[in-house]
Design a protein around this ligand. Structure first.
Ligand SMILES: NC(=O)c1ccc[n+]([C@@H]2O[C@H](COP(=O)([O-])OP(=O)(O)OC[C@H]3O[C@@H](n4cnc5c(N)ncnc54)[C@H](O)[C@@H]3O)[C@@H](O)[C@H]2O)c1
Length: 287
């Protein structure tokens, strides 16, 4: 638990011009103090900023390509210049990718999906971490993964799935490295009715598709306030998560059951003895 509350927060949202990011902006109206909106689509971003400002939430639009380290540093600078602080950092920008078997995916497409969905998230949390650490009080990172962070429900999406597993790994290490006053939530939705959803075109075939972006945004902010690490709004995801974990457990049972003295193979115990900093949070600079 971080004690984080969205009330009065300065929030930064990447991928804010559309879908879940836009839903998060809307969900912060009447709750956050102000919001910084970042997206590669500057025109759409201005429209969302105007909408939120019109609804009473001061919004600064900063056109940003999150895969560009310098652009993300500029996003931090513009945020601090305008509002003096960031309390909730939402690394949400993401793209889909062409669908094909893993060996037919174009290298440029795989590189781009990693550049946005993984590096874009890593650069965003990297750039804001120092600020959250160096100023007092609670802070929170909300990172948008996917059900594809937790398993492989859809085939012909190897690059996307790998990028979302990478985000899971990043967020899991972040939450263990950061001091307790800075929380991390990993949003892992199933299909959400946005432009990115891997179903139909925007022609009515989307009717009846699970949650909308605004509902998922509310789920995510509730999870942030509770200090939950995982936010998984779609119950059926449990099926393939359980399948994976059952298979792993069965593999241990069959091939590598515990035995007396197996501690010599225990990475955590060995590191705790020899390199304790590798298994402890970083020191809080303000503690
Ligand atoms: N829609 C789904 O079914 C679904 C399911 C699970 C996870 N997600 C994830 O949710 C996140 C948001 O997606 P969405 O469904 O709202 O889609 P969306 O396409 O509606 O919104 C994504 C936004 O990210 C922006 N963006 C793309 N590349 C960018 C870049 N390089 N820099 C900055 N902004 C960039 C786009 O312009 C767009 O505004 C993504 O990370 C996506 O992978 C979506």
């Amino acid at each position: 638990m971080t004690g984080f509350r969205r009330d009065g927060a300065v929030a930064v949202i990447t991928g804010a011009a559309s879908g879940i990011g836009r839903g998060l902006g809307r969900a912060l109206v009447g709750r956050a103090e102000s919001v910084v909106l970042a997206d590669i689509d500057g025109d759409a971003l201005s429209i969302v900023a105007d909408e939120l400002a019109g609804a009473g939430l001061p919004a600064l639009a900063v056109p940003t390509d999150v895969s560009d380290l310098d652009a993300v540093d500029t996003l931090v600078a513009r945020t601090l210049e305008r509002f003096g602080r960031a309390d909730l950092v939402v690394a949400n920008a993401g793209i889909g990718a062409p669908h094909a078997p893993f060996f037919e995916l174009e290298p440029a497409d795989v590189e781009r999906v990693m550049a946005v969905n993984y590096f874009g998230v890593h650069w965003t949390v990297r750039a804001f971490a120092r600020h959250l650490l160096d100023r007092p009080g609670p802070g929170h990172f909300l990172v948008t993964g996917s059900e594809n962070s937790l398993g492989a429900p859809v085939l012909r999406m190897a690059g996307y799935t790998a990028s979302k597993h990478a985000v899971h790994g990043l967020a899991d290490v972040m939450r263990r490295e950061l001091p307790p006053r800075i929380g991390v939530t990993l949003l892992c939705p199933g299909i959400v009715n946005t432009a990115l959803a891997p179903v139909g075109e925007n022609d009515g075939s989307r009717a009846g598709i699970g949650y909308g972006a605004d509902e998922v945004a509310t789920w995510a902010l509730d999870a942030v306030e509770r200090g939950d690490f995982y936010c998984i709004p779609h119950p059926p995801i449990r099926e393939f998560v359980d399948e994976r974990h059952d298979e792993i457990s069965a593999t241990f049972d069959a091939r590598a059951p515990r035995f007396d003295g197996d501690g010599v193979h225990d990475t955590r115990a060995l590191l705790a003895r020899m390199m304790p900093e590798r298994v402890q949070p970083i020191d809080d600079p303000l503690a």
